[in-house]
Write a protein that binds this ligand. Structure first.
Ligand code: BDP
Length: 686
C-alpha cells in the first residue's frame, strides 16, 4: 500500500502559470466533503508502485490540499479515503478509468479504478477536474476511455529556441543545456498534458534540422523521454528526409537506395537503444521546399515505407499530407488529395498520413479536407493548429473548439464523420506553448491547449462543456462569471471569421507573418501565396469557383457532400466564396446583395469583439486583477484590429467594385493606401 502526505500548493500570483490546475479552494459543503488528512492509497496491483502512480498520488494530495484551502483543514472530521485500484482485472481499457464513490463502506469513500497505472493517473486528474468544477464527491460516477489512441502535440520549435508560428515567447525546450539540465518547465508541461490525456509530443519543427538526429541530440531526447515517460508521453522527432546526405555522408537520400535504407535503419537502432519507447518520426516531405522522395522520382509511399521499415514495429512514421507545388497549376485546395488518394493502400501498417483539417491551411474557416473518408485503406490522422497563425496570434481571443468541432462533426459522406474516420488513429495539434509565464502568450489561449486535449480524448464533448469546465478551473467557479466567460468564448472564433474572412473567404492575411489584412497582395512569386489567388475579386465579383465550371475541387468530396455546396443559392453562406465566384450584386437568400452581406459580416465581427470586451469589463472583481487587466489589454488590441481588418478589407473591395457603402454602414476610417503602407517586420513567429 502506498500513501503519501499532503503537499502544500505554492502560493503563486495569478500569473497563469498554473493553467487549469490551480485547485482553488472550494467553498461550503463541497469543501467539507474533503478532509485534510485524506490518505490516498494504492490498494491493488499487488500494492506495486511506479513513478506514474506516485505522480497520481502526489497530484491527488496537491489537489485536495488546494481544494480544501488552508483554513478548512483543522475543522474537518473523519478522513476520506481515496483509493486507487490499478490492476489488470479492472478492464477499463488502455488509459481508461472509472471513478465512483464506495457507498457500502464509508472508510473507503472513493475509488479510482483503472487497468493500468496511467489510467489511474488520468482518473486522478479527472477526479480533480470534477471537484474543481464544483461537483460533490458523492455525485461523481464516471467511466471513460480515450476515443483515439494517439493524442499528440506537434511543436514547431527550432533548436535555436525560435518557434515557427509561435506567439508565446521562445521555445520551452532548452536544447542547449540538455541533457544535463532539465528545466522544471518540462515536468510542469508533461503534467499539464497528462491532465488532458495527451500521450505523444513531437519536439521539433516539421521544417526540421538534420542535426537533431545526431547522437548528441539523441542524448538530449533520451533525458526528455525519461522525464515524460511516467506521464504517459512518448517523444517523437521531426526528421528531415535528406538527413542521410546532410549528416550521413551519403550523396543521395533516395528511399530505394540500399545505403540510404541502411543509414535510416542504423539511425533508428541508435535511437531505440537510447529510447526504447521512442514514438517515431514526423515527416514533411516535398512541401514548401522541404526535401522528399519526389526529388528522386519516388512517391510519398516509397519515402514513408522506407522509414517505416527502418523503425519496424517499434514505432510509427507520421507522414504529412500538407503538400502543394508551385509547378502544379491545379487549385492548391486540390493538390494533397490528388497526390495522396491514388496511393491509398500502399502505405505500410506503421505509417500514418497526417491531414490538416482543411484543404488549404489552418484558415479561420475551411470546409473539411476531402481526404477524410477518401483513403479507406490508409491510417489517417487529423492535424489541427492550436497556435493561432491565421487568427490573430495570441493577441486576439479566439476559442478554437468550435472550429475543430465543425471539422470533427462533419459527415464525410464516406463512412462517417471526420472524428469517426480518425478515431482508430488519432489527432495532432500544432502546439501554442512558449516561454511566456502564462505558457501560451495570453490567458485565453490556454483554453485552446485545453480544448484540444479534451477533444482528442473525447470528440463528442461540446465546445460549451469544455469552455465551462476550463473557465471554472482557470478563473472562477462563480456561475454567472463562468456563464459570461463561456459566452465570450463561444462567439469568439466566429467573430474572427467575420472581421477577417467572412462568407468563405480565406488566406487574406498579409505576407509572411500572416498578421493583419493583405487582400491587395497579388505579386508574390508563387500564385498560391497571394490573397488575390484566394479571393479572385474584380470589378464584377468575388470568390473562388471550385465547381465544375472552375477548379472542380468540389468533385473531390462525396457526391452528397458536394451537392450541399454546389449551388450558390442554397449553400451554407459560410462557404459561399470558398466554392463560388459570385457577382457583387447577386442577391442571397437573406435578400441582401453579396456586397451588402459582406459588409454586414465585417460589422458583425467588429461588434462581437466590442460585446466580448464589454462582457469582460463586467467581470472586474470576479476575476483576479492581474489576469483581468492582461485580458482587458488584449481585448483592446483586438477591438482596434477588428476595425482595421474590416476597414482595410472594405476599402480594398471598394477600390475594385466602385460601390458605395451599404446604407447605414460607416466608411473605412483611412484610405486604402494608408492600410497598404503598414508593415511590421517585428511580428513574431515568422
Ligand atoms: C503553414 C505555415 C508554415 C508551416 C506550414 C506547414 O505558414 O510556417 O511550415 O504551414 O504546416 O501554415 O508545414
Amino acid at each position: 500500500m502506498v500513501a503519501c502526505s499532503v503537499v502544500a500548493v505554492p502560493a503563486y500570483a495569478e500569473d497563469g502559470y498554473d493553467l487549469w490546475l490551480r485547485y482553488a479552494p472550494l467553498e461550503g459543503e463541497a469543501q467539507s466533503d474533503l478532509r485534510a488528512d485524506s490518505p490516498f492509497a494504492n490498494i491493488a496491483d499487488g500494492g506495486r508502485s511506479s513513478p506514474t502512480l506516485e505522480i497520481a498520488l502526489e497530484e491527488l494530495s496537491r489537489g485536495f490540499a488546494g481544494l480544501q484551502g488552508s483554513g478548512a483543514r483543522a475543522a474537518n472530521g473523519s478522513p476520506v479515503k481515496v483509493e486507487l485500484d490499478c490492476g489488470e482485472t479492472v478492464g477499463t481499457g488502455e488509459g481508461g478509468y472509472r471513478l465512483s464513490p464506495v457507498a457500502d463502506d464509508p472508510r473507503r469513500a472513493f475509488l479510482i479504478a483503472a487497468e493500468d497505472h496511467l489510467g489511474c493517473l488520468y482518473g486522478s486528474f479527472a477526479l480533480l477536474r470534477e471537484l474543481s468544477t464544483g461537483k460533490r464527491l458523492s455525485d461523481i460516477a464516471i467511466g471513460q476511455a480515450p476515443a483515439m489512441p494517439l493524442r499528440m502535440l506537434n511543436h514547431w520549435d527550432n533548436p535555436d529556441g525560435h518557434v515557427e508560428r509561435g506567439y508565446a515567447g521562445r521555445s520551452i525546450f532548452d536544447w542547449w543545456h540538455l541533457p544535463e539540465r532539465l528545466d522544471q518547465r518540462m515536468i510542469d508541461y508533461a503534467r499539464a498534458n497528462a491532465s488532458l490525456g495527451i500521450n505523444g509530443v513531437v519536439v521539433n519543427n516539421v521544417n526540421a534540422k538534420s542535426f537533431m538526429l545526431e547522437p548528441r541530440y539523441i542524448a538530449k531526447l533520451e533525458r526528455l523521454a525519461h522525464a515524460w515517460r511516467p506521464y504517459g508521453i512518448r517523444v517523437y522527432l521531426s526528421a528531415r528526409f535528406s538527413a542521410p546526405r546532410d549528416i550521413g555522408g551519403l550523396d543521395t537520400a533516395d528511399p530505394l537506395d540500399p545505403a540510404v535504407r541502411a543509414w535510416w535503419h542504423a539511425k533508428a537502432d541508435q535511437i531505440y537503444t537510447a529510447i526504447p519507447d521512442f514514438g517515431g518520426f514526423l515527416v514533411k516531405a516535398n512541401s514548401e521546399g522541404q526535401p522528399g522522395p519526389q526529388d528522386y522520382g519516388r512517391t510519398h509511399a516509397d519515402g514513408a515505407n522506407m522509414l517505416a521499415a527502418a523503425i519496424g514495429d517499434r514505432g510509427t512514421v507520421i507522414w504529412r499530407a500538407f503538400v502543394y507545388s508551385a509547378e502544379d497549376e491545379a487549385d492548391r485546395a486540390k493538390q494533397a488529395y490528388e497526390e495522396f488518394v491514388p496511393l491509398d493502400g500502399q502505405f505500410a501498417d506503421n505509417v500514418i498520413v497526417q491531414v490538416k483539417n482543411g484543404p488549404v491551411d489552418f484558415q479561420p474557416r475551411e470546409p473539411f479536407h476531402p481526404m477524410f473518408g477518401a483513403m479507406p485503406n490508409t491510417r489517417l490522422m487529423l492535424e489541427a493548429q492550436i497556435t493561432k497563425e491565421y487568427l490573430g496570434f495570441a493577441s486576439h481571443l479566439a476559442y478554437l473548439a468550435p472550429l475543430w468541432k465543425e471539422v470533427l462533426d462533419a459527415d464525410t459522406g464516406r463512412g462517417g464523420t471526420v472524428a469517426e474516420v480518425v478515431a482508430p488513429v488519432g489527432i495532432a495539434g500544432v502546439a501554442n506553448t512558449g516561454s511566456d509565464r502564462n505558457w501560451t502568450g495570453s490567458h485565453f489561449d490556454q483554453a485552446n491547449w485545453y480544448a484540444f486535449g479534451r477533444l482528442a480524448w473525447n470528440p463528442a464533448l461540446t465546445s460549451e462543456e469544455i469552455a465551462g469546465e476550463w473557465a471554472a478551473q482557470t478563473f472562477t467557479r462563480d456561475p454567472a462569471a463562468v456563464g459570461a466567460i463561456t459566452s465570450m468564448m463561444l462567439d469568439s472564433r466566429e467573430a474572427v471569421v467575420s472581421y477577417m474572412t467572412p462568407l468563405g473567404l480565406a488566406h487574406q492575411m498579409d505576407t509572411g507573418h500572416h498578421y493583419g489584412p493583405g487582400p491587395w497582395v497579388c505579386d508574390l512569386a508563387r500564385p498560391e501565396w497571394n490573397p488575390c489567388y484566394y479571393h479572385q475579386a474584380d470589378r464584377s465579383g468575388i470568390g473562388f469557383d471550385r465547381t465544375a465550371n472552375g477548379s472542380d475541387a468540389l468533385s473531390q468530396y462525396a457526391p452528397q457532400v458536394a451537392a450541399q455546396w454546389a449551388d450558390p443559392a442554397t449553400i451554407d453562406p459560410h462557404y459561399l466564396l470558398w466554392f463560388h465566384h459570385v457577382a457583387w450584386d447577386d442577391t442571397l437568400p437573406s435578400g441582401r446583395t453579396v456586397w451588402q452581406e459582406l459588409v454586414r459580416e465585417y460589422d458583425r465581427g467588429v461588434a462581437a469583439v466590442d460585446t466580448m470586451a464589454g462582457q469582460w469589463a463586467g467581470l472586474r472583481g470576479a476575476i483576479d486583477a492581474e489576469r483581468h487587466r492582461a485580458v482587458s489589454e488584449s481585448l483592446a488590441i483586438q477591438q482596434r484590429e477588428a476595425r482595421w481588418w474590416r476597414d482595410a478589407s472594405v476599402a480594398y473591395w471598394q477600390s475594385l467594385n466602385g460601390l458605395e457603402m451599404p446604407q447605414g454602414a460607416s466608411p473605412p476610417a483611412e484610405t486604402l493606401e494608408a492600410y497598404k503602407s503598414r508593415s511590421f517586420p517585428e511580428a513574431p513567429g515568422q
